[in-house]
Design a protein around this ligand. Structure first.
Ligand code: FA5
Ligand code: MG
Length: 423
């Protein structure tokens, strides 16, 4: 599909991001809505639920370095290449990631900083940051969310392995006394193998340390809050996974209020990534955890847009350091509008391009976007699409005139940016 450029870039050939000017090019797809989120850094705003959750995680790893101020602007080399993403990985495409230009992008995950932080000589660290992914629009997806990366590396020798074993004994003793049921998977398996450069016995000790450290974090975050008891223990499930820079790799899910919730991805860091960080003689693990998913559950926050609200009825409910149950204020009426259009001949429109266009027009007033119809005309070969946009403010009632005006602007931008013909 055609690349989406912002109004400011179409008329000039620069875009200003966090006070710096960047030349634009064919890869540029960062939108004004996204640019406006970059300075907000919710994970550092006192008493914001995401900031409290960050502190809660940090307090569980007191001897780790706690980082939270790295710039979201990284190179594709940092975000992908240093982590061994293959050249054809879908995450690299402009439909999935935000590019300032071909040389700079917004990090899609906190793992983008692993090599840099290991390279600085940090052996135990946490890093919390805003991350950016182009995505659909609904109550649990937002193009900006927050992750905490955690990592620990040990000397890859007898002294390092002794350190791991001692830590494993300590952590296992703590977990044994707790009301937690863990559905485990083997540390290694044919689909989830050891790195050729690593000793499988060392890798197993590291994987065990990773699992014990994270099970203990889950207990810290959720244990008290589900009131885990002998009859009603906290349930944590480990699943085999794949990430380009870790093996073995895992995902962790927690059973909370009747549902399995995917919390994090993790694994034993590959030798190539350790080599890129100049720590070839170390061995260890890393994890990356999604803060919104956890905060929505812990605070009973029903819609991911609320994290961005400046309404006192939202912000006023939270105190720094405290987990409390959010009391929703009245929901204002929703109003949906459909838009149908013909695409210009031989072109396509990615759903993420449509969603960014709608966000630029309507901001957080858009609650949900769904494609409700698509067909190709049998004779002309032209493609027709119909999207349903659901508008609802979280803070006030929308007038009919206002939604009509937003919808008119969506149509205008569709014509303007993609040359469509409204039906
Ligand atoms: C990653 O981002 C890896 N960087 C995690 C990792 C780190 C693996 C270190 C190995 C070593 P993933 O895309 O699965 O993986 O995202 C990790 C977590 O972020 C998910 O478990 C989820 O909690 C959260 N997450 C992912 N996508 C979204 C989204 N669109 N909205 C909210 N949270 C999300
Ligand atoms: Mg995942």
């Amino acid at each position: 599909g055609r690349c989406y450029t912002t109004a400011s870039t179409r008329h000039g050939n620069h875009v200003t991001v966090l006070g710096e000017q960047y030349p634009t090019d064919a890869m540029t797809n960062i939108s004004p809505t996204i640019i406006s989120k970059l300075p907000l850094r919710l994970h550092t705003q006192p008493s914001h639920p995401l900031s409290t959750l960050r502190s809660l995680i940090e307090s569980h790893f007191p001897s780790y370095a706690h980082l939270s101020s790295l710039s979201p602007i990284v190179t594709p080399y940092q975000n992908f290449d240093l982590l061994s993403f293959p050249q054809d990985h879908p995450g690299r495409s402009a439909t999935d990631s935000y590019y300032i230009n071909k040389d700079f992008m917004l990090r899609t995950h906190t793992s983008a900083h692993e090599v840099e932080v290991f390279g600085r000589g940090e052996n135990k660290w946490l890093l919390t940051a805003d991350v950016y992914r182009r995505d659909e629009i609904d109550g649990s997806h937002y193009p900006v969310f927050h992750q905490t990366e955690g990592a620990r590396i040990f000397p890859a020798d007898a002294s390092g392995m002794k350190e791991v074993e001692d830590d494993n004994v300590r952590l296992a003793a703590h977990l044994q006394r707790s009301n937690i049921i863990i559905e485990d998977v083997p540390h290694l398996s044919p689909q989830n193998p050891c790195q050729p450069a690593h000793d499988p016995e060392h890798t197993k000790l590291i994987a065990q340390n990773l699992k014990l450290s994270l099970n203990s974090l889950m207990l810290h975050l959720f244990g008290g809050r589900v009131g885990a008891t002998a009859e009603n223990p906290l349930r944590v499930r480990w699943i085999e996974a794949t990430f380009p820079w870790t093996t073995p790799s895992f995902e962790v899910e927690v059973f909370f209020r009747g549902k399995w919730l995917e919390i994090l991805g993790c694994g034993v860091v590959r030798q190539a990534t350790l080599d890129n960080s100049n720590v070839s003689n170390k061995l260890g693990w890393a994890f990356g955890l999604g803060l919104e998913r956890i905060a929505m559950v812990l605070y009973s926050i029903p819609d991911i847009r609320l994290f961005w609200s400046r309404d006192e009825r939202f912000l006023g409910q939270f105190k720094e350091g405290a987990i409390s149950t959010f009391k929703p204020y009245s929901r204002y009426p929703a109003c949906f509008k459909d838009v149908s259009f013909w695409l210009p001949e031989a072109t396509s429109l990615h759903e993420n391009d449509f969603c960014d266009l709608v966000r630029d027009v309507a901001g957080d007033i858009v609650e949900d976007v769904k494609m409700i119809d698509a067909f190709t005309h049998p004779k002309s070969g032209r493609k027709s699409l119909c999207y349903r946009i659901n508008y609802r403010s979280m803070d006030r009632s929308l007038s009919n005139d206002e939604t009509n005006e937003l919808q008119a602007q969506v149509k205008w931008q569709l014509i303007n940016q993609f040359g469509v013909e409204i039906r």
